[in-house]
Design a protein around this ligand. Structure first.
Ligand SMILES: NC(=O)c1ccc[n+]([C@@H]2O[C@H](COP(=O)([O-])OP(=O)(O)OC[C@H]3O[C@@H](n4cnc5c(N)ncnc54)[C@H](O)[C@@H]3O)[C@@H](O)[C@H]2O)c1
Length: 250
């Protein structure tokens, strides 16, 4: 497939996991890919895998200046911007000791929700200029159903409203805005606890957890002209998790 030939994509969080798989997928389909990440050495490794039409930039989605500089660097290098795949993120509570009370909520909201807004605001003028730009945000199924991961879940839920409102507001420009909402994906957060992934398989009708490539394929679809009349939606990528407990009962 060559769905992104001549197009330029920025992938935030493209150095690892779902973002890395997304960068590789978009590159394999012809895009020039800008891998924007706080982990610049790892982003450079992904660029090495991608080949010539790729660039790594340091980009921290918690900083407006950093995000604006990353988008500007992408446009300066490749002359245009067609796709923003905003993947950067994680549940702060899983990675570090977070302060209780307001601080935890404010930091997660800033990282997950305002981080997405920063990326969109920096990219939007260029996406409008390209004529058929696309924004795909990686949300989470925990923003759709309760899985016990607040405040991460609430911040991810905000992305659903964000894309539907932006889709309505900016539809006339031709830019599309969508979310993919993954359930358990085997990324580095599970590296030290493979047994957790093994146990989680049972709750999925498809009897496996997801792979980064499962999400990358959905991001690529929504970013492509194959989804040219799809905007403002949230696409669950969740192995049937939200169909109900029938597979456990039967
Ligand atoms: N893995 C899962 O089970 C799962 C499930 C649902 C949703 N998600 C979402 O998918 C996305 C990717 O998750 P993953 O599992 O691939 O995680 P990961 O940790 O493997 O990759 C996340 C990437 O984001 C980068 N990053 C972290 N903070 C950043 C910042 N401030 N600015 C820019 N980049 C930053 C990291 O360096 C890394 O490259 C996240 O938004 C996560 O919330 C993951």
């Amino acid at each position: 497939m060559d769905r992104f030939a001549g197009k330029v994509a920025v992938v935030t969080g493209g150095a690892h996991g779902i973002g890395r798989a997304t960068a590789l997928r978009l590159g394999a389909e012809g895009a020039a890919v800008v891998v924007a990440d706080v982990d610049l050495p790892a982003a450079e490794e992904v660029v090495g895998e991608l080949g010539a039409s790729a660039m790594a930039v340091a980009g921290d989605v918690t900083s407006r200046e950093s995000v604006e500089a990353a988008i500007a660097a992408a446009v300066e290098r490749f002359g245009r911007l067609d796709v923003l795949a905003h993947v950067a993120g994680h549940n702060l509570a899983n990675r570090e000791a977070v302060e209780p009370g307001d601080g935890q909520w404010v930091r997660q909201y800033d990282f997950t929700f305002v981080g997405a807004v920063r990326c969109i605001e920096a990219a939007l003028p260029h996406l409008v200029e390209s004529g058929a730009g696309a924004v795909v945000l990686v949300g989470s199924i925990s923003g759709v159903v309760a899985l016990g991961t607040n405040p991460y879940a609430a911040a991810k839920a905000g992305l659903i409203s964000l894309v539907s409102n932006l889709a309505a507001e900016h539809g006339p420009t031709g830019v599309r805005f969508n979310v993919v909402a993954p359930a358990t994906i085997a990324t580095r957060a599970f590296d030290n606890r493979p047994e957790a992934l093994e146990e989680l398989k049972a709750i999925y009708p498809l009897r496996r957890v997801g792979r980064p490539e499962d999400v990358a394929a959905a991001v690529a679809f929504l970013a492509s002209e194959d989804a040219g009349w799809i905007t403002g939606i949230t696409l669950p990528v969740e192995g049937g998790l939200t169909t109900g407990p029938g597979h456990l009962i039967g």
